[in-house]
Design a binder for this molecule. Sequence first.
Ligand code: PCA
Length: 222
Amino acid sequence: MSARATMSTPRILLTGFEPFGGDPINPSALVCRALHGRRVAHATVHAVELPCAFGRALQALDEALAATSPVLVLALGLEAGRGEISVERVAINIDDARIPDNAGAQPVDVPVVDGGPAAWFSTLPVKAIVSSLRQAGLPAAVSQTAGTFVCNHVFYGLQHRLAGSGVRSGFVHVPLLDAQAPAHPGMPTLPLEVLVRGVRIALEVALTHEGADLRLAGGAVA
Ligand code: PCA
């Protein structure tokens, strides 16, 4: 495809994270690499790997947003311990790190955005995405929390930046890969192909679902 044609194709910004916490790989980055340049519906995926560091991750996100002017943004991250592709519902305005980030920072109870609202909801049709993933036979669930580490930091920052813009955005946590099973005994894992297929479906639904989200139960009893 010529540069001109590429430029005129609407772009999806897909982000993943570099490895963190001592793991040599982060499945979210591998999914990004697999989908970079691929066509989904009428748009082309532009994938970017973010540093797993408070502040710097949002700077990298800002650069990627400015460079791509996307029609849709999906941020991905790893959550070891979850067995499903988890479509996040809400980002909260707090950084509270149980472990240091890749730059050695470990903020505790610091807002992501000073004076920002307590939370932002995903603007993706989260229920429709989960429903389509399940129909395709993939394990998927709505998640009620993206945690308080760098993933939630990026999710909140993303929603804050795009609030009112009309550009849909949100966050999906993916499980560990099968290849990581030996380093994480007893933890659920999935093959990379399943994650790539799932994220592709999520992008397609996010781009093409019209109107309000589906009214399907996706809640949790605490
Ligand atoms: N997962 C971490 C940060 C980077 C990643 O992939 C999180 O859930 O916050």
